[in-house]
Ligand binder design. Structure first.
Ligand SMILES: *Cc1c(COP(=O)(O)O)cnc(C)c1O
Length: 370
């Protein structure tokens, strides 16, 4: 699905030097590389504050803590996402409210979102799934109208640009109150271990995020709030600093592969290529097709037998997961989400896909039904 070694080999010298220099500096925690990466990412995203942390799940949790959400507060998010989004809501004793997604863009359906709002609703967590922004224009309109916080889960979409109707363009994760991301190795900007970050343009929130990520202390050994211990380590920051200048080139490579796939599959009546939202660029964390009138799992086994890895993100909706069952969903129609759980399939997508790889993959896929 990914080729992390191939990508590393192209920038090996710089990466090796950066890692070694952290080792030799002995500043392993919150060293100058962490500060440096934070600044570099602020520039790239054009956002006032980046607060690094240990992973993308922590980023979501710290964001919710910083907004002062209390047990019983409802947080609305998409039913079709990675579990981390809903997990932290539950962990903080907030009430997750899962809603339907758009069957074409895979992102939160804003009509279902607005319908799910109650007097207990405090926040919305749109997830920019597979690398394309959710309908942020609508999300922000709804948030303003109902006075709700917005946390953008940008783990799959770092670098995507969203353009509003008035022509204003912003980076994914810098539109709502807080954006969160993950630097897990296979993410579009991945380090060589775990890492994550939060983004905000709000000075007060930035202070709070930073404090909560660091044991709730405003100065050493003085704890104003209950916090957590969540740091990006210096070696990972050094790696990310070397990789960030390549992020736009990586996004281009991913788009090139996506276009190749699109051209190969657009004529097939048993596959639907991923829809593009005209307000968002796509950074193709995943290239995800929908199957039509065939057995998706048979296609997946056939591909695996023929040397093409393929994955299903995600096979079971969250409201059917044991941990997240809730009678509130008994009467909710999740037919879009459930149809996606049955029909989606993701093909290899990374920065090192050559024309030969793409030709082999597309030829193999097409031969499934010949
Ligand atoms: C990867 C991911 C996360 C969690 O990131 P970690 O760094 O693995 O904790 C959260 N949300 C989404 C949508 C993700 O894809």
């Amino acid at each position: 699905m990914v080729d992390l070694l191939g990508q590393y080999e192209k920038i090996k010298t710089g990466i090796d030097e950066a890692i070694l220099s952290v080792v030799q500096s002995s500043q392993y925690i919150n060293g100058p590389e962490v500060k440096g990466f934070q600044k570099d990412l602020e520039d790239y995203l054009d956002v006032k504050h980046v607060i690094p942390c240990a992973n993308g799940t922590d980023a979501l949790q710290i964001a919710m803590m910083a907004l002062g959400l209390k047990p019983g507060d409802e947080v609305i998010t998409a039913n079709f996402t990675y579990v981390a989004t809903v997990e932290v809501i539950g962990l903080l004793n907030l009430t997750p409210v899962l809603v339907e997604v758009n069957p074409d863009t895979f992102n939160i359906d804003t009509v279902s979102l607005e319908n799910a709002i109650t007097s207990n609703t405090k926040a919305i967590v749109p997830v920019h799934l597979y690398g394309q922004c959710a309908n942020m224009e609508e999300v922000m309109r709804i948030a303003k109208q109902y006075n709700l916080f917005v946390i953008e889960d940008t783990a799959q979409a770092i670098g995507a640009d969203y353009t509003f109707s008035n022509g204003e363009s912003k980076k994914a994760g810098t539109i709502g109150n807080i954006g969160t991301t993950s630097f897990f190795p296979s993410k579009n900007l991945g380090c060589y271990g775990d890492g994550g970050a939060m983004f905000t343009n709000d000075d007060e929130l930035a202070k709070k995020l930073k404090m909560i990520a660091n044991h709730g202390q405003s100065r050493q050994y003085y704890h104003d709030e209950i916090g957590v211990n969540s740091r990006l380590d210096s070696i990972q920051a050094a790696v990310l600093r070397k990789k960030l200048p390549h992020l736009n080139t990586y996004i281009e490579s991913r788009n090139k592969a996506a276009t190749y796939y699109d051209n190969a599959f657009s004529e097939l009546d048993w596959l639907t290529i991923p829809a593009r939202d005209n307000k968002s660029t796509h950074v193709f964390h995943q290239y995800t097709l929908k199957t039509k009138g065939i057995n998706r799992d048979e296609l997946r086994s056939y591909l695996s037998e023929n040397g093409v890895p393929a994955m299903v993100y995600y096979p079971l909706p969250l409201h059917k997961q044991k941990a997240y069952k809730d009678s509130r969903y008994d009467s909710v129609d999740f037919s879009n989400t459930e149809a996606l759980n049955e029909s989606v399939i993701s093909l290899p997508m990374h920065t090192e896909l050559s024309d030969e790889h793409l030709e082999f993959i597309t030829k193999t896929v097409k031969e499934f039904k010949k």
